[in-house]
Design a protein around this ligand. Sequence first.
Ligand code: NAD
Ligand code: UGA
Length: 462
Amino acid sequence: MIKNICCIGAGYVGGPTMAIIAQKCPNIKVTVVDLNEERIAAWNDADVSNIPIYEPGLSEIVAESRGRNLFFSTEVDKAIDEAEMIFISVNTPTKTYGVGKGMAADLKYIELCARQIARVAKTNKIVVEKSTLPVRTASAIKDILDHTGNGVKFQILSNPEFLAEGTAVEDLLAPDRVLIGGDSSNEGQQAVQLLVDVYSNWVPKDKILTTNVWSSELSKLTANAFLAQRVSSINAMSELCEKTGADVNEVAKAIGMDSRIGSKFLKSSVGFGGSCFQKDILNLVYIAQSYGLNEVADYWEQVIIMNDHQKRRFAKNIIKTLYNTVSGKKIAFLGWAFKKDTNDTRESAAIYVADYLLSEQAKISVYDPKVNEKQILFDLDYLESRNESDNKSGVSVLENPYKVCENAHAIAVLTEWDEFKTYDWQKIYDSMLKPAFIFDGRNLLNKEKLEKIGFVYQSIGS
Ligand code: NAD
Ligand code: UGA
């Protein structure tokens, strides 16, 4: 039985996943390590509401186990040395340089972890790929680990994570499945069994699926590609709905009732965001290209092309509707996070819509219940198309949504936060310039109610 787990990477996956393992396996000591001192300090903050990741229910779970069998630390070597099982949960962003730039996954953080484990380990270890990785990455990790020459034996498992942000706790507590890929050798199967035993503390056995390593690695990219494809598919129909008088919500409901299609992931929107869909599909496209499978690559790339089109289309429509110019006009953004119930803004559609409108000299005022000004300016400054001083003068971030909408020409809803539905919309209308426009990028608000107040309301796909 495993008694000591280390997880390298205290991010959106490492933090919540290990918090649940620690909660459900009180006999296992779980240490989450990261190079980022600020992040670790936040995980250790005496006030547990200051942990660095906002997820409903997470701070309570961390409070329960932290200091008992859950630890956050920057002492990576020590944690590796002590652990029998090491999860690698570091980031695998899209490469921004060299071969595969803009497509392939950058595996330098993974390789650094492997080299660090190889250098530090004095006893046999099971190394678990938790990060999302290109198929066959395990063989590169194994190569590095097997050349230490110090006699330590390593088993590499693939155990991709399927949680979605905003629902991480419920996804981890009751996963649709846990996937574990391992080597077919006796030692490989023993390692698989040890990880199965960890999850069996709370996940029913029939939901723990074991496969070979390559199937497990590729299943993760495939799952994200299929999910993103559904969003792009319904978004493609949203444009056709707008031209034909059909309503995309009605279409989604009608097709979702077909049990072969299913009702989930059919919400038309301003476009999907998040740290993974785009990154993982680009990676899939790159892998297919590298095997010479051009039709396969082109097929999946279209999911990204459609998503980029949807974000651009939303911004262009705002400009067209506001009499073909937004120069000097105030546009209020409700929401900046890539979806509700998270403070994560990576690849959020809001960033790209803002970029487009700012380049047309709009003034943008933003309110998001969980994202602060520093993060919003950081997201914009990061874009090659923008510079810091223009962002500072073009964007204001306020903690009061009513102030954000005051004297605005239009409101753009970019995130589906529940609280937006509860606002005093009459009060907001009264404070805006007329005609007062709402561009609802999430089909969140009540059209009839808003039109009755006097708003010009536009949703996606109707
Ligand atoms: P993240 O950026 O939030 O966290 C990664 C952490 O790893 C960072 O805090 C970073 O400082 C740390 N790190 C990097 N190199 C390190 C090293 N050598 N030693 C110690 N720490 C190091 O990333 P994330 O969102 O948690 O994603 C991690 C992986 O999980 C990615 O491969 C991602 O594709 C995958 N994934 C993410 C989600 C999600 O919802 N975010 C869901 C499923 C899978
Ligand atoms: C997604 C997957 O759902 C997870 O299973 C996976 O583990 C994770 O990626 C990952 O690998 O990182 P996440 O990106 O956190 O999770 O959130 P989703 O709920 O999938 O939403 C992604 C984006 O699609 C959001 O911008 C969301 O608003 C958008 N979306 C989702 C839609 O526009 N319409 C929908 O019907 C569903």
